[in-house]
Write a protein that binds this ligand. Structure first.
Ligand code: HGY
Ligand code: MN
Ligand code: MN
Length: 418
């Protein structure tokens, strides 16, 4: 019988979604098949232009906010109703994969297209979003765009951030928005959102190991980032006796070694990472005068992070001599519990589509951790090969990406019509 209602999931186009990933992977593509599309880089601008061009072709409105978050809007019947939103990020790690973040943006865009193709009107507007600088690999802190949108960070403080080469975020943002012009939404960042759902690859091995297609994400663990600065004294490598040295690198390694030992918990739940180390002046025959290194520490319970933060401080105080050293906390995002209604909807729609699924927390941080403080939010995971991510070999299948998108669009339609 013609005219039968096509459910929005029935209009999700697996090939179109896969091709969009291939098109986006060219923007910042690396020889090993990954991407280097760091925040507010020319490659980021190219991805922004590509998304805006696809949106324009479908007649969806696009706009950015003052921190550069890029929004794509599909109108609803009630123009004044708060929108339902879905998205993630298009910026990547320096040696990133083609699915981390990008899948959530393209799944959200595919959801808008599927609603359009199925001729489904929703009461609320439905929006896709690409948040600025989720990775925080070039400019710290990460999840910046969503955090400014949610009022967790001040816009002026973020604009004043510098990357490792000293480039001001405000300048990089201006350059990006010049290269990828989209109407700027006037006024301060942030606007009312009815609900938010983010699709993402799991970035871990559980779904693959348990042979499940959909992760019904219940929570995101807490995360804190720090910078340790150790001040030494530059000196001649050949003439300066050990007793007279203020070797910043020797002190930094003592501090780091003690920190690794102190964060090696028996249950292997605490995550402690030193991901970036800078040694100045970086000359082989000069005793290092300054060392900075980053710390990324995560755990499901805030109290455990609090306890370990005190331990890190104590280690810096005890191990730095004769070099003065400081531990500065750069970010502190408490553990996030997603909304039970949204979690239930994700599980219900996955079941209805006959997709194997399991509840699970997220070890990785996501923009949803900030938006969950604004409105009911949830996440949908799909498997990635061997759980590998933040690595150019990151991989996923077109079938799993489409399956996650089918759940996403059904959830979004239900939220937009309630
Ligand atoms: O670091 C994170 O958890 C995210 O992948 N940026
Ligand atoms: Mn991500
Ligand atoms: Mn990431």
């Amino acid at each position: 019988m013609s005219g039968a209602r096509i459910p929005p999931s029935g209009a999700v186009n697996e090939q179109r979604l896969w091709q969009r990933h291939a098109d986006m992977a060219k923007l910042g593509g690396t020889p090993k098949g990954g991407v280097n599309r760091q925040a507010l880089s020319p490659e980021d601008a190219a991805a922004r232009n590509q998304l805006a061009a696809w949106a324009k072709a479908r007649g969806f409105a696009t706009f950015t906010d003052p921190i550069g978050n890029l929004f794509v809007r599909r109108d609803g019947i009630d123009a004044d109703a708060n929108p339902v939103m879905s998205g993630s990020h298009m910026d990547s790690q320096p040696t990133g994969g083609r699915f981390d973040g990008m899948y959530g943006v393209l799944a959200a865009f595919e959801a808008l297209e599927a609603l359009e193709d199925a001729g489904i009107r929703t009461r609320r507007p439905v929006m896709a979003v690409a948040w600025t600088n989720e990775e925080g690999s070039r400019f710290q802190p990460g999840a910046m765009g969503s955090a400014v949108f949610a009022g967790h960070y001040r816009l002026d403080e973020m604009l004043a951030q510098k990357d490792w080469k000293g480039v001001l975020l405000e300048d990089a943002l201006a350059e990006t928005l010049k290269a990828a012009p989209t109407p700027l939404r006037a006024g301060p960042p942030g606007f009312p959102v009815d609900s938010y759902v983010e699709a993402h690859i799991e970035q871990g091995p559980r779904l693959e190991n348990e042979n499940k297609t959909i992760g019904v994400v219940t929570a995101i663990q807490g995360s804190r980032r720090y910078i340790v600065t150790v001040e030494g004294e530059e000196a001649h490598a050949g003439t300066t006796p050990r007793a007279a040295r203020k070797d910043a690198y020797a002190a930094a390694t003592r501090i780091a070694a003690a920190m690794y030992a102190a964060t090696t918990d028996a249950e292997d739940t605490l995550r402690f990472t030193i991901g970036r180390v800078e040694v100045a002046p970086g000359s082989p025959n000069t005793v290092p005068g300054k060392v900075t290194f980053t710390i990324d520490m995560r755990h499901p319970q805030d109290a455990v992070l609090e306890t370990h933060e005190r331990t890190l401080k104590a280690i810096v105080a005890a191990k730095a001599a004769p070099c003065p050293a400081a531990l500065e906390r750069v970010t502190n995002v408490a553990p996030t519990d997603f909304d039970p209604k949204v979690i239930g909807l994700v599980r219900e729609k996955a079941q209805a589509l006959g997709l194997s699924n399991m509840d699970m927390p997220s070890g990785a941080g996501h923009d949803a951790m900030h938006i969950a403080r604004l409105c009911p939010a949830g996440m949908i995971f799909v498997p990635c090969e061997r759980g590998i991510s933040h690595n150019e070999s990151e991989n996923a299948t077109p079938q799993d990406l489409a399956a996650g998108t089918r759940v996403l669009v059904e959830v979004l339609e239900a939220l937009a019509n309630r």
